[in-house]
Design a protein around this ligand. Structure first.
Ligand SMILES: [Zn+2]
Length: 275
């Protein structure tokens, strides 16, 4: 079984998922291709990409977390929203990787040799030139435009990609069925719910795709998740062992059958609950 698995969404849109549970999106236009995120970067993601296209590639990050920007060093130029620029600092990226490794060593020691293997792979890397884009940026691929909409919360510079012609939002980690909103920079759950309700006013979209899975959610999930966040309370939440480094992480969950997932959840810190 390969480390990367490629899923075709349509003739010009692909999802490449890593064995570690995160994926990147590849959008093809007439002139260029756009790569949304670069994954953890343990293996050479340029290989599965080269099997799909040889068009010139624009590379961007939906946000700066290490499982989305860890492969940036495989490319010469990468775009990111300026508010997440500090996260590309190599020390911060390493800190995030160390947290993940520490978690695996403690909870799934059987996987430690596999992680060591991944961590020592050698292939051509660069120090990419990092460029920033504004709050509503249009990536013009020739005959196809993918818009990046700034949607802070999961991180200060998180963006959602909008493919208007297909009616699809590619949310990165800004929306999914188990959001992480426990960081020191995370908003309160009700602030995030308000932002989601505004996003839900967008017209012309039918579905949402996420970074951590091949599933597709109907557009109405945005409103549903906003309601869900308002139901989270301290009493109904449980402590988790997610490594955050700063403060304890709680989880609130409800059954998720109606969206074809085992559960809908939010991970947050007490401080993100608000008053
Ligand atoms: Zn993330």
């Amino acid at each position: 079984m390969g480390y990367f698995k490629t899923h075709k969404i349509d003739d010009d849109s692909w999802y490449i998922m890593e064995m570690l549970g995160v994926g990147v999106y590849l959008f093809l236009g007439e002139d260029r291709a756009l790569l949304s995120d670069t994954g953890n970067g343990y293996m050479d993601i340029r290989k599965p990409i080269s099997k799909i296209t040889d068009k010139p590639l624009t590379v961007m990050n939906t946000h700066g977390h290490a499982d989305h920007a860890g492969g940036n060093t495989q490319f010469r130029e990468v775009y990111i929203h300026p508010a997440d620029l500090p996260m590309l600092d190599p020390a911060f990226q390493q800190e995030q990787k160390d947290l993940l490794f520490g978690y695996v060593r403690k909870n799934k020691p059987i996987l430690t040799p596999a992680l060591h293997f991944l961590n020592t792979r050698k292939f051509e890397r660069f120090e990419p030139s990092v460029k920033t884009f504004e709050d509503c940026h249009r990536f013009d691929l020739g005959g196809r435009v993918i818009e990046a909409i700034h949607f802070p919360g999961h991180s200060p510079g998180s963006v959602i990609l909008a493919d208007r012609s297909a009616g699809t939002l590619y949310a990165g980690d800004a929306i999914n069925q188990g959001m992480f909103l426990f960081f020191t920079y995370s908003p309160t759950l009700s602030e995030y719910a308000s932002a989601l309700r505004k996003l839900a006013q967008l017209e012309g979209f039918e579905r949402i795709r996420i970074s951590h899975g091949t599933m597709e959610f109907p557009f109405g999930f945005i409103e549903y998740y906003a309601d869900f966040l308002e139901r989270a309370t301290l009493e109904k939440s449980a402590l988790t062992d997610i490594p955050n480094g700063d403060r304890p992480v709680l989880k609130y969950a409800e059954p998720g059958e109606r969206y074809g997932v085992p559960e809908i959840s939010v991970h947050f810190a007490k401080e993100n609950l608000g008053d």
